[in-house]
Every structure is written in C-alpha cells, then in structure tokens.
Design a protein. Sequence first.
Length: 255
Amino acid sequence: MASCRVATLRPNPKAAKIANKQSQGRNTTHMEFDDVILGRRSIRGYKPDPVPRALIEEILTLAMRAPSSMNTQPWNFYVITGEPLNRIRAGNTERMLAGVPQSREFRIGEPFAGQHRERQIGVAKQLFSAMGIARDDKEKRQDWVLRGFRQFDAPVCIIVTYDRVLAGSDDTPFDCGAVTTALVNAAWSRGLGAVINSQGIMQSPVVREHAGIADDQVIMKSIALGWPDHDFPANAVVSERKSVKEATVFVGFDD
C-alpha cells in the first residue's frame, strides 16, 4: 500500500523570494527545475490575496509549451475569480447538499479498487489526520468534502476544457493532462500553490453558466490556484510515489 507523509510546513525560501518579487512586479527569480518537481505538492488552503492576471498569463504561457499529439493543442482555459467564482462555489454546494447527481463531462470509469483504492484511502487518512478530523466526526468530514466543491476557497479557479470536436480521442485527455501538469509546476515555480480537482466541476451546469463556457468546449478538470496558507495543516501532506523499480521495465539494457 502506498503511503504519504506529513512534512513540517515551512515557507519555501525560493518560493517566498519569488512571491515577494511578484508582489513588487518583478519576475527575475525562478526556482530550479528539480526544486519545482520535488517540492511541489497539492495545496488545499489559501490566503485570500488576489493573484495578478499578468502572473497567471505568464504561468499559462509556460504551461502551453507542453507537448500534444501532433501539435493539436486541444486545451483551453477559463480563469475565474471574484463574484463569478463565488457564484460557482454557492451553486456547487447548494446542488450537492440537495442531492443533485453529479454531471461531470469527462469519463470517470469504475470506482477505484485494489492498490489504486489503497492509495486513495492512504492520502485521505493523512489529510484527515493533519486536519484533526476523526473517523466519526461527520460534521468535519462533510465540511472537508464541501471545501472541494468550493474550490478549496482559493482566490482563482482555472477550468481546463478541450475542443468538443475532439471528443472520443484518447490523445486529447492525455494532452490536457500534460498541460495541466505543466501549469501546476509553473505555478509552484512562481510561489503559487494549486490542486487539480474534479469536485469543482461536478455540477457542470453551474460552471457553464457562471464561467460562460462555450458550447463547443468540454469541461475536463478544474485547478484551484492561489498563494499557499502555510498555517493550513493539510498543506503539509506530501504524498509518496512508487519507485522507479516498481513502475518501470527496462528492456535491452546490459546493467
């Protein structure tokens, strides 16, 4: 069973320096690639401070250098903040509490089982432990679930969509995954935190209405984005990864 650990959360010196320069309108300090990849984690607690549009555009510019099948670049983005985002939060929460069935637009497949389910449960246990949520505390568990539908109260939400004409292609969601990974890594390199999630788009009619998503787009994923709250306990959770040995088969090598 894969496990995860909780790190003592301290502001990343490089990230803090970057954030400080961003607040002063200067983009001169960036993190090293290895620091980004090894340091990034999902952030589920945010400061309310706004994120400058220019910084988001910079991050998107970097992310869209991600590879795509035959350079199709199927992705598009809806970047939401302020009152429109608040309306999405409220609509998502209201519908979920009313028992309205989810209406995600991408294929979700069968429920996780076996080792995949074990990893899912493992991370959930670590998050609940970090937040002090007991197994029988239904109220706190409910509040935690609702945080996801509120986009974790982040000041910005990015909805990743793809061109509907490409629906049915397995390459398209693969490409969207590539650009989304690049996006959260680019955000981390600039001192921002993010968490890729599906809760924020479970009620797609709400998202479509308040984000003004075009009919020729399919909603793929959502990304909560903002300045990390370093005092939020769940932000210290660092999930483990399979080893290269577990995940890889080398063929034709002498050693």
